[in-house]
Design a protein around this ligand. Structure first.
Ligand code: HEC
Length: 117
């Protein structure tokens, strides 16, 4: 019954791959959250409160972040990379353009931002 074996191999394969992908996402979200909340790295907390989260003394120069899960990933990436493209007078620093965060770090932050309802 080679067909059944093949079917099982594919099903198990997809199962393992899927679980890895989910664990990878969770790690990326954790990493992004850390960058977001760490003064010496992203320090997003200096200007942003996050909806539904009890974070100590967030700054309020930037808007309270909410509903970001609805944003496309690319829009979030662009916002963090260089906010001036969408808002030329933004008070938010261009974290990608000025080299404070690298590509991987921005992707991690975006993964975290995507969890903000
Ligand atoms: C110096 C203050 C400051 C810091 C630090 C800062 N931001 Fe901002 N941010 C702003 C301001 C002001 C705005 C609103 C103007 C704009 O949209 O550009 C904004 C807007 C945003 C928006 C769009 C929110 C919306 O609802 O339109 C996102 C997403 C965002 N910031 C994410 C981040 C992330 C992630 C970091 C850290 C890597 C960060 N910000 C750090 C000031 C800041």
């Amino acid at each position: 019954m080679p067909k059944i074996k093949l079917f099982l191999a594919i099903t198990v394969g997809i199962g393992i791959f899927g679980a890895n992908a989910i664990a990878g996402d969770a790690n990326l979200v954790k990493e992004g959250e850390k960058i977001f909340n760490t003064k010496k790295i992203g320090n997003c907390l200096a200007c942003h409160a996050v909806n539904g989260k009890n974070i100590n003394n967030p700054g309020n120069l930037g808007p309270k972040l909410q509903g970001l899960s609805a944003w496309p990933k690319q829009a979030l990436y662009d916002k963090v990379y260089n906010p001036y493209t969408t808002n030329p007078t933004s008070a938010m620093p261009p974290f990608g353009l000025n080299g404070v965060l690298d590509d991987h770090q921005i992707k991690a932050v975006v993964a975290y931002l995507k969890t903000i309802k």
